[in-house]
Design a protein around this ligand. Structure first.
Ligand code: DAH
Length: 341
């Protein structure tokens, strides 16, 4: 049996060496290591040996098996390498690979995600609205008079069927209050559209994030507190915030929100035009008329709302001097944010 084994090994060695394709390897492997192989048969014939001779012979068989496997694997790798070389003669597989460049987030996306995170940490949920809206959600339910100039074609893009591209994310306040009873605590970031010519601080497409909180006992101090929390997390603990009286049809009282200038800390500079303050957006206490339109009892509930401009925040955070830069998508700008989350 030992002779048979030795002859078989010699033959197998020659045959493996002669293999030229992956298929040859498979066939040779089946022939010498498969079920019907001589080697397998020899395992079966061990019982014919004296018990004392069995261990040594078993070892021989195992070694033979290992030897065949090693030869087959080596030949198989050689064949693979050979076929690569044939197909791609110019390639040198020992060269290091080309680094693939990862994309990144657009600065507006980075800021939007940060805003989401800040408000989620403050207990808000995220609500989705619609880009194409109707006059009810964009104007009527927001207590906007029929002759309000913002309804004008010069300000609002109208589409077919009396619909329009929303001019503000305040529409989502209405959609949320239509569907849910208080307590409500949501933000809604999204795209808005206005018939504006692009300039350093305007774009016909821009982004806002709306906030709405409705519950029993909500007051103006909840608004200022939320604003201050947001400003410190977003721009640093030293940033201060304030509100100034203003007017919006859907809030009473209404306010504009400012933060202390992030460039000069309030001393006055070019960024804040010498005032020391930067305008962040509109805010106020939800007008009881809005609650009435939506069937929320204004005797029981009060609420605050605000809307922030996302471009403004991105421009301040990343020192971008002109809003149009955010929409041109020049790779020299975008590459600065590659890989950033
Ligand atoms: N929607 C207003 C705008 O686009 C901003 C705004 C003002 C939002 C007051 C509010 C608010 O939620 O309470 O100019």
């Amino acid at each position: 049996m030992q002779n048979q084994l030795a002859t078989m090994l010699e033959e197998a060695g020659r045959e493996i060496e002669a293999c030229a394709t992956a298929n040859d390897i498979l066939n040779t492997k089946a022939k010498y290591l498969g079920k019907k192989s001589l080697l397998n048969g020899l395992y079966g014939r061990m019982k014919d040996l004296e018990p004392s001779e069995r261990p040594a012979f078993g070892n021989l068989l195992n070694e033979a098996r290992q030897q065949l496997e090693t030869l087959l694997n080596a030949k198989s790798s050689a064949i693979k390498a050979q076929s690569w070389k044939k197909e791609n003669t110019d390639m040198d597989f020992s060269m290091p690979g080309m680094p693939s460049s990862r994309g990144g987030y657009h600065p507006l996306s980075i800021v939007r995600r940060q805003i989401d995170e800040v408000f989620i940490s403050l207990g808000f949920e995220i609500a989705e609205g619609l880009d194409i809206e109707d006059e009810f959600h964009n104007f009527d339910a927001l207590n906007t008079p029929a002759d309000h100039p913002s309804r004008n074609l010069a300000d609002t893009f109208y589409v077919e069927g009396g619909r329009l591209l929303r001019t503000q994310t305040s529409t989502v306040q209405i959609r949320v209050m239509e569907s849910y009873q208080p307590p409500i605590r949501i933000i809604s970031p999204g795209r808005c559209y206005r018939n504006d010519k692009p300039d350093p601080s305007h774009s016909p497409v821009f982004h806002q994030v709306e906030a709405l909180v409705v519950d029993k006992g909500i007051s103006m101090s909840d608004l200022t507190d939320t604003l201050q929390n947001f400003a410190s997390i977003m721009f640093g603990a030293r940033v201060r915030s304030r509100i100034r009286p203003h007017f919006f049809p859907f809030t009473e009282p209404s306010a504009e929100m400012d933060i202390s200038c992030v460039a000069c800390s309030g001393a006055g500079c070019r960024v804040c035009k010498g005032s020391g303050w930067l305008e962040m957006g509109g805010a106020g206490m939800v007008d009881p008329n809005v609650f009435d339109i939506l069937g929320i009892d204004s005797e029981i509930y009060t609420g605050f709302a605000f809307g922030l401009g996302i471009e403004r925040i991105a421009m301040l955070k990343y020192n971008i001097p002109d809003m149009r830069i955010l929409f041109e998508n020049d790779l020299r700008m975008l590459n600065q944010f590659r890989g950033e989350l």
